[in-house]
Ligand binder design. Sequence first.
Ligand code: UQ1
Length: 451
Amino acid sequence: MLQLVSRAARLARPRALPLQGSTVRALATVSPVQATGRNHKVAVIGGGTAGLAISHQLLRSGRFAQDEICVIDPATWHHYQPGWTLVGGGLKQKEELRRRLDGLIDPKLKYYADSAASFSPEKNQVVLSQGDTVNYDHLVVATGLKTDFGSVQGLPEALADPHSLISTIYSYDTCDKAFKTIEQLQRGKAIFTQPGAPIKCAGAPQKIMWLALDYWKQAGLYSTDKAEDSAINITFATGMGGMFAVPKYAAKLEQLRKERRVEGLFQHDLVAIDGDKAVFARPNGEEKVTKRFNLLHVVPKMGPHPVIKSSALANEAGYVDVDDGSLQHKKYPNVWSAGDASSLPTSKTAAAVTSEAPVLVHNLLQAIDGKDSDAVYDGYTSCPLLTEYGKVLLAEFKYGGEPKETFDDWFGMDQITPRRSFYHLKKDFFPWVYYNSMVKGTWGGPRGWLQ
Ligand code: UQ1
């Protein structure tokens, strides 16, 4: 009903309104536009981790009145995705990790439950799917990325089959199935995959494997010492060349892989599932490799949303083309991006957003004041890597794969050692601080609470 009313109101609205006072643009890249829709000082596309952190940090600056900032997102639910690994490991219920998005958006922000259909950065406009046009002074693009379940032939059908031992922790619908498959497997081959191109949370494909290994070990089905004592054998098949992109942590994880007798298939990129066979592409035109499995944990390929990729905002790979340090668009100075949708050459995580958001917000406010960007993002990101039940290796690093370890800096704890304290950060503290502070714009990650 509400939708009908707003639709009728939209149709009745004059198509061309005269330009209003507040639409004068400090940073207009073209002459003043004909405003035919809604005008906002800042339009934030996306109500995910980056979109909510940034819009609430902007609001908390005290520089914006009611509705001067808008958030645009069609989703009903906001998910704490870092928790889906915990669901896959049987440590959390998936329902406790989500909140209704409308309940997370401060009433001082204008909220459009709609998606962006097209971008016109030359005109400072975004057209929404239901027909609204949003005019902005500044645009923040935080749409995240798309998990492409169709990228592996046979995957959608296999995931939908409740009897198959095929799952992925990369969706709300299937993250709990992952634990069921781990519980059900009694013997045979378990394969855990990772694609050959960047994904969000690059450690998660092996986190779920380490938890499964520990589960089977405790159930007496897996021995790290002797193959003959194991009913189950485990393979990690990754399109990448090693266990992790950062040399320091890759060495430790490779050591764990060998100690725990996990077979490593590197540069094996899953492309198809055919019954109980997994088919992997190999580099340099080498022949495909087929492996039989009894349990398969799949990580699909991921990429930019088509609406971003096809827009003038995208770089060649399809991500929003921003400066690595300032987070400002390389061509349109009143466009900004953070999180998974951005071109930032770092590992895509919520932890990265804790450091990206304050930089973006500071530099955007500078731009409103006619000043240059002077905050610089150093690429900080983190991967709290579950290596077993009760232990986490807290990988933290910045651009160039250089470690930047919070607890080493403060307390001299080398974070190469998996620890119980880091496990409780991952399982208990981060989910708590996320909904109590981060989405509200008051959490700065390693630097603690924001002023
Ligand atoms: C963090 O702030 C955060 O968000 C709440 C995470 O969860 C997704 C993290 O994984 C990490 C590592 C941080 C960084 C914070 C500290 C205290 C190291």
